[in-house]
Design a protein around this ligand. Sequence first.
Ligand code: AFD
Ligand code: MN
Ligand code: MN
Length: 424
Amino acid sequence: MKLEKYQIESHNSELLARHQNRLAFVKSEVADAEGIIKKLADFQIAIPSWALGTGGTRFGRFSSGGEPRNIEEKIEDIGLLHQLNASSGAVSLHIPWDTVADTSGIKTLAAQYGLKFDAMNSNTFQDQPGQALSYKFGSLQHVDKAVRKQAVDHNIEVIRQGIELGSKSLTVWLSDGSCFPGQLNFRKAFQNTLDGLKEIYAALPADWKIFVEYKAFEPNFYSTTVGDWGQSFLYASKLGPKAYTLVDLGHHLPNANIEQIVALLLLEEKLGGFHFNDSKYGDDDLTAGSIKPYQLFLIFNELVEGMDARGMDHAQDLGWMIDASHNVKDPLEDLLQSVEAIMLAYAQALSVDRKALQEAQAANDVARSQEILQQAFRTDLRALVAEARLRSGAALAPLEAFRQFKAREELVRHRGSKTVATGL
Ligand code: AFD
Ligand code: MN
Ligand code: MN
C-alpha cells in the first residue's frame, strides 16, 4: 500500500497549528533545537523482516489479518512505515525466511520505497525442511564437525545473499548452549564456536562487519555459549577489527546496567549495533520505551556521549535495528510506536547539557548531575521529532495517520484475513 502525497499533507494541515505551538515552546526550552531536528531527520532505524506479522509465544499465535505473505509484501509494509515516519528507511532480513530468487527485483522494489538493506541475519536456531543435520544440540558449538560445517556454510550463504542486496553486515545470534549441568564442555563449546566464527569472518568482504549478538538464556536454560557482553566481546576481539558486539536490550539478566555496557563497548570500539525492544522480565520483545523509558534515554545518553567522544557519525557508524514481537497489537502500529520511542530517547540524549554535566561530574556534584539528565528526560521533546518528520515529508502523527488512512483494513482487503507472515 502506497500513500499519496496529498493524504499526508492533508493529515499534516489538520495538525499543523497545534504542532507549531508545541514546537515554539520546545525551542524556548532547548538550546540547539535546529541541530537536534537535523540529526533526527538523518537517523534511520531498520525494521526486522520477522516482526511484520503477529508474534507468537509457545502457547499460541493470534493472527490479525493482512500480514505480508512474502518478501515483496514485507518491503511494502516497511515502505508504508517509512512514508509515515521517514525514520524507517532500512530493512533487516532473516535467511532462509527471506531468501529470494529474484534479488534484483527486490532491490528495485526496496529502492522505490527509499529502503536500504541493513544487517543480514542467519538462522541456525531452527531446523529447516530438508536440512541434512539437526541443530538440536547447537550449531557452531556442536560436538559433530559436520553440523558445525553446515552452520558455517549457511552463514557464508547469508553473506553471499547480502552482498547481492547491498547489505554491509551479518548478525549472528546463536541459540547454542546447554540445558543441564554436564551436558556441555564449556571450553570446547567456546573453541568450536570461535573456530566457526573465524571461518565466517574470513568470508566477509572488506567493507563488511559481523555482529555477535549475546543473550543470557533461552532457549537454553543452563548455559548459553554467547551468554553476555563479555563473551561476545571475547569472540569479537579474537576475530578482529570487522567483528563487533551487538546489544539486544532484552538479552540481559534482570537489572543489568545496559548503559554502562554500551559506554565500555564504545570505549573499546567494539559496539556494532543495537536491537531495540523493551521488557519487564526477560526477552519479552515489547515495544521500545514501553516499560523502561528512562533506561532507554540513559542508554542513548551514553551512545551520544561515547559516539561524540570518538567523532562517530550517529546515523551511519552503528547498526540500529528493532527486534520486537507483537502478540496483541497490530505489528505495524507497534513498530511505529517503537520508532517514535527510539527517536524521542535520541532527541532527549541530544538535548543533554554536556558541558554542564561534565562540570558537575568534575565537582562531584551528584544532585546537579542527576538534575541535568532528568531535565532532558522530563522536557517534552515530541514536537522536535514531529518537526523532523514534517520536514522530511512524513506524517506529524504516524499512528493516527495509519488509522485515519485505514491502512490495516486496506491490507486485509488485498491480502486476506488469514495470512501468516514468516518470523518469530
Ligand atoms: C530472537 C533472538 C535474537 C535474534 C532474533 C533474530 O532472541 O534477539 O536477534 O531472534 O534472530 O529474538
Ligand atoms: Mn535480537
Ligand atoms: Mn531476542
